[in-house]
Design a protein around this ligand. Structure first.
Ligand code: FAD
Length: 550
């Protein structure tokens, strides 16, 4: 830890009204608001002592920072009070993670992973005995939680998980290798996704709790990463690890369903982290453009700079609005699952966009690590990949939309929106109608074969993310009276209504199909040199006697 100093995040922590933060209620009850206020104060106190640049360079969060987070109760957020936690709602927890991400994204990832993927399975599906066994130490931060689903051959496709638990007397014998395990280097408890063929056939999966101290658990070295370099990422080897029956979470054989719920929490908290990064990048940018002079005026006087700042702020407003809409659905797991995917895609893409624009507005200074801007970009890059690669989530969203023919987003906004937002709401209502017409037309025109047309599904998924952003901004702005917030809501709603309309048009566009056919033909040519060869064609697979002496 280091001595307090003035850093860019200190301005971001002061919640500039321009990003509308102040008027969003993150707490569900007055008691929760009190807890939240204490946590916000703790983060503000902790912030000057976190040296993000050093964490980034060293690739490690100092023990003193972990200890300070422990003391501040930051490992206890979502764990219920009966087990020593603070029992915060998902919405309130996103507020804490967002604030920590403004200070340091690696620390926010450690805490967010612990509160989301790491402990959610145990909190939601654990038995009373399992909770009593593990939660108190997790709440105190004496054990840190980790979640291991990904494997070398199972990333986006988690049904391909090979780690397997075979039935033995009293439990399972588990063998396998998990990779990219966040918090893995120092975690005390791992929730892992494994195949458990004895609980429902060869594809059945279960969530298992494995303490670090279990014989057969081996922790690999830390990965060297592009961003969130202070967070721990390791490979976890499981060799004949005995997992007793009472360490299986929820229903044996229902691991993939349980995983979806756990991921909905993880994605919500990750979205909050993206929000923190984007807000820090906007704060940096506003500070720069209002002071840097070129051509005899400050950059902020140029209309193009103004447009970029307005777009960045509106993007953040929409991101926050969608995170709030998603987390309001905490008690409705199916709705939360859907909305958390929209929020994850919007926030991860949005944070990257805002961080990139921030670098652009800084000019050469934006390329220098000393400004902190490059780190923000590097730290948020992974969010477009982990907890579901965005392209895969978009295709999935489009497919779900076509399968059900409807959505969880509310319709007919204009009648319940403040007068100053009525035009934006009317445009959004027209979009919602167009969306329904598009879905019906695609279903009718393509039939089931559309599920193989990824470009159509992807565009529909994009349209849904943008529609979610517009609707969430209007619902939030519609209940507001503050002039800045209303301007943000209007700009965000108009921006995303337009983008959603463009994506719907792309989904309907028959030329899209021609483009995909052209791309397929071209990629056949591009892939040809890399195609696996038969043994006689592949020089590497020749036997020693066949090898050329050269
Ligand atoms: C720093 C870090 C931390 C992580 N933490 C964890 C963790 O704590 N726990 C955990 O379990 N995992 C973790 N992961 C793993 C992460 O969740 C996976 O990397 C992610 O789900 C993507 O899987 P993959 O890397 O195998 O990519 P792949 O599945 O190989 O996909 C690569 C790319 O191919 C494309 N693609 C894939 N499938 C399709 C498709 N069907 N249609 C169109 N395009 C497609 C997409 O562009 C995708 O981005 C972490 C990874 C990193 C880098």
């Amino acid at each position: 830890m280091r001595e307090p100093s003035a850093e860019p995040w200190s301005a971001a922590l002061r919640e500039p009204a321009v990003t509308g933060q102040r008027l969003v209620r993150a707490a569900s009850t007055p008691e929760e608001e009190v807890t939240l206020e204490l946590l916000r104060a703790s983060i503000e106190k902790l912030a000057p002592r976190i040296d993000s640049s050093s964490i980034d360079r060293q690739g490690k969060i100092p023990d003193a920072v972990v200890e300070a987070a422990r003391q501040a109760g930051l490992f206890a957020l979502t764990i219920d009070e009966a087990h020593g936690g603070l029992g915060l709602s998902l919405k309130a927890t996103t507020d804490v993670i967002e604030r920590m991400a403004r200070v340091d994204r690696s620390v926010a990832v450690m805490l967010g992973l612990h509160s989301g993927l790491g402990t959610r399975g145990l909190i939601r599906y654990g038995s009373a005995e399992q909770k009593a066994r593990w939660l108190p130490r997790l709440a105190a931060g004496e054990d840190i939680a980790s979640f291991a689903a990904t494997e070398a051959g199972a990333g986006s496709d988690l049904m391909a998980v090979e780690t397997c638990g075979v039935k033995v007397p009293g439990g399972l014998r588990v063998n396998g290798r998990k990779c990219y395990v966040t918090n893995g280097g120092f975690a005390g408890l791992y929730t892992i996704l494994a195949r458990t063929p004895d609980s429902g056939g060869p594809r059945a999966q279960s969530l298992l709790c494995i303490p670090r101290s279990s014989p057969g658990v081996q922790i690999g070295p830390e990965e060297d990463k592009l961003g969130i370099r202070g967070s721990s990422t390791i490979t976890l080897d499981l060799e004949d690890v005995f997992v007793p029956d009472d360490a299986v979470l929820g229903e044996p054989g229902h691991g993939s369903d349980h995983c979806n719920h756990v991921l909905a929490w993880g994605r919500s908290l990750m979205s909050a982290g993206c929000l923190g990064i984007a807000r820090a990048a906007l704060t940096l940018s506003l500070g720069h453009v209002t002071t840097r002079r070129q051509f005899g005026r400050t950059l902020s006087a140029f209309p193009l700079v103004q447009a970029q700042c307005a777009d960045m702020a509106a993007q953040i407003y929409a991101m926050e609005s969608l995170v709030r809409l998603a987390t309001d659905a905490e008690s409705d797991p199916q709705r939360l699952e859907l909305l958390s995917i929209l929020a994850k895609v919007l926030c991860s893409e949005g944070a990257f966009l805002v961080a990139d624009r921030s670098i652009q507005l800084h000019g050469a200074l934006g390329f220098l690590e000393s400004t902190g801007a490059p780190r923000l970009l590097r730290d948020c890059r992974i969010t477009r990949i982990f907890e579901g690669a965005n392209d895969v989530l978009l295709v999935r969203t489009g497919a779900a939309l076509l399968a059900s023919g409807k959505t969880d987003l509310p319709a007919a906004l204009a009648p319940r929106i403040a007068p100053s937002l009525r035009d934006a709401a009317a445009a959004c209502d027209a979009l919602l109608q167009e969306r329904q017409i598009t879905i019906d037309a695609i279903r009718k025109g393509h039939g089931l074969s559309v599920m193989r047309k990824q470009a159509v599904l992807w565009a529909l998924g994009q349209a849904e993310v943008c529609t979610g952003a517009a609707v969430a901004s209007l619902l939030r702005g519609g209940a507001d009276t503050d002039a800045t917030n209303l301007a943000l809501a209007e700009h965000a709603a108009c921006m995303f209504t337009q983008q959603a309309g463009e994506q719907l048009a792309a989904a309907r566009e028959p030329r899209n199909e021609t483009r995909m056919q052209r791309a397929q033909a071209l990629s056949d040519l591009l892939y040809a040199p890399y195609a696996p060869r038969t043994p006689s064609q592949n020089p590497r697979s020749r036997t020693r006697s066949q090898e050329s002496p050269a």
